[in-house]
Write a protein that binds this ligand. Structure first.
Ligand SMILES: [Zn+2]
Length: 242
């Protein structure tokens, strides 16, 4: 039996019936790819989990099986993906950006958001909640459950003026964007900024949660800042059971 990759789960998302999820981290099995990991650990075929070519945008897309995420298949560009099809799921790849997974207490729906500072500044979180409200009605927003996963946090994530300016106008910036030690530097907590964006979009505070550590200082997760790799990223996904 192969060892499991590291992964985190949110107690809040686990309490929602009919779905399952994981924020995956570093896999101790060298060379085990996404497809093998999903099959060996979760008994899922990779085709059932939609992902996107992520471009730090505010684009929110709908996924249904057959949307072309197979090997060699085309990949659509965007940074949030949702589905309401049982037997399918959605995922995002991150290494310091925030993975956000959304579900609903009564409606079977799954959404995954990739949000770095650019996506947060562009309104990807609000855009995703609006897309779900567009499909299920404004009243449905009150039933959304959302979790922000492992990402770059205030302990380590130092940013320059451009990033700080982009984040400055966002909800919660007073607590989550602080002056750094060096002149012209700030520290940002992307997980906390993501939670503030979820609340600003209308999701009740009791239905959001943060899970997982800072990726930059936790060796259990890939970090672009720490590893300087453009390919070492972790999958976070949410799956709607058949
Ligand atoms: Zn840290």
């Amino acid at each position: 039996m192969n060892p499991l990759p590291h992964f985190e789960q949110s107690p809040l998302l686990r309490s929602v019936p009919g779905i399952y999820h994981a924020f995956l981290g570093v896999d101790p099995v060298e060379g085990r790819g996404r497809r093998e990991r999903l099959r060996e650990v979760f008994s899922l075929s990779a085709e059932t989990i939609g992902t996107l070519k992520q471009v730090h945008s505010a684009s929110v897309l709908f996924f249904e099986p057959g949307d072309g995420d197979g090997p060699g298949g085309w990949k659509r560009e965007g940074d949030a993906l949702w589905t309401d099809r049982p037997g399918s799921g959605v995922g995002v790849h991150t290494a310091d950006c925030v993975p956000i997974l959304l579900a609903h207490r009564e409606i079977r729906v799954a959404a995954a958001v990739h949000a770095g500072w650019r996506g947060l500044a562009a309104g990807i979180v609000e855009g995703t909640v609006r897309a779900l409200a567009g499909r299920f009605g404004d009243a449905a927003v009150e039933g959304i459950v959302a979790v922000a996963g492992p990402c770059a946090r205030g302990c380590c994530y130092e940013v320059g003026r451009d990033t700080a300016d982009a984040l400055h106008g966002l909800p919660g910036n007073a607590e989550h964007l602080r002056k750094g030690k060096a002149p012209g530097k700030w520290t940002a907590d992307l997980q906390a900024i993501a939670l503030a964006a979820l609340h600003a979009a209308g999701i009740p505070a009791g239905q959001t949660e943060a899970t997982g550590p800072c990726t930059i200082c936790s060796p259990r997760f890939h970090s672009f800042r720490r590893e300087k790799s453009t390919t070492a990223r972790q999958l976070s996904f949410l799956y709607i059971r058949d």
